[in-house]
Design a protein around this ligand. Sequence first.
Ligand SMILES: Cc1cc2nc3c(=O)[nH]c(=O)nc-3n(C[C@H](O)[C@H](O)[C@H](O)COP(=O)(O)OP(=O)(O)OC[C@H]3O[C@@H](n4cnc5c(N)ncnc54)[C@H](O)[C@@H]3O)c2cc1C
Length: 370
Amino acid sequence: MSYDVAIVGAGIVGAACAASLSASGLRVLVLESNDVATGATAAGMGHIVLMDDSEAQLALTSYSRDLWNEFADELPPEAEYDHCGTIWVAADEAEMLEVRRKQSVYTSHGADAEILDDLALRKLEPNLREGLAGGLLVEDDSVVYQLCATKFLLERASRYGAKIQTGVKVIEISDDGVKLESGDVIAAGVAINAAGPAAVELSPQLKIVKRKGHLAITERYPNFVRHQLIELGYLKSAHGSDKDSVAFNVQPRSTGQILLGSSRQFGVDSNEIDFNILQRMTSRAFEYMPELKTLSTVRVWTGFRPATPDNLPYIGKIAGCENTYAACGHEGLGITTSLGTAELLTSIILGKKTAIPIEPYSPSRIITEH
Ligand SMILES: Cc1cc2nc3c(=O)[nH]c(=O)nc-3n(C[C@H](O)[C@H](O)[C@H](O)COP(=O)(O)OP(=O)(O)OC[C@H]3O[C@@H](n4cnc5c(N)ncnc54)[C@H](O)[C@@H]3O)c2cc1C
């Protein structure tokens, strides 16, 4: 049996690509070595967020966020889609400058963003400590339970005729299709590498490194937090520093639980919990929200973000290949940008005009690290 498209990886990016390509009438096969949504996707926080680290990041997150907001009505209740908004929290006047800069960039790109003073901030989030300077409310950001969203995308792909095979490891990806660990070769017109942090094992020309993160989740405390809250210092942490970093980042879940992040570490392969990092991460959170100290945590886990040197994903044809494409390297924004990635890649493969310029995400771009 041959396919129009073979996708390696059933994380949220592979699932979104499968849904989009099969809806366009292509015969799609998804091959997953483990189980659906068990890689980086399982570890993520599910925050759908507008980010402006670069023009290209803003374009992709904005396009993708619009797609999520359109998709929201179709998602099942288990996907826990919550249009809760984000508040970027400013600790002092210096960070308020960043609030104003961010607001100006967002609004000039047509996105709503409201500056909050200290009183407005405390009114919206009474559990934040007193004495913070203010913040930026981005109302159109959301939260999703990405495991259910991934399964839903794959169910949709199946309804359009896609085949999903789990427990099948791909050992080679080429212009003719894919080779499995069993030795079988599956012919496909197009092969897509959506293997997340492992994408580089199949396509060594891509530069992707693993960036470890820790998350913790509490018992149920409804209304303790109402928006996704992130300190502005998160931007420095996410920006690509090679040092270990932590930032205050909490999220209300529709169950009433609170998801607590976040940390970033390069050069660590072990998925074990690093208690030093965990302690730094929770201490940082307590500085912003002292009452968090009194809540019980039920689980802590780690995961690996697939990071590229310029913080932009690879979307498009891989250098030196005819029919092999990349949809990987989404670092800490793969849940947000999965839907945009899938639509862009579908347009590229079908030779259609893309909704936003694709050059910044080209796998053969020349990358200047910043
Ligand atoms: C702590 C943490 C917090 C995060 N928070 C957010 C957030 O709030 N918002 C956001 O947008 N993003 C967030 N992210 C990032 C997001 O989770 C990832 O960018 C995204 O899940 C990447 O999805 P993916 O499908 O590319 O990779 P994955 O989910 O890793 O999927 C790749 C799949 O490929 C399979 N695979 C690998 N090699 C092979 C092979 N050879 N053959 C067959 N299958 C193979 C793997 O088993 C895996 O299932 C976070 C990540 C972490 C770690």
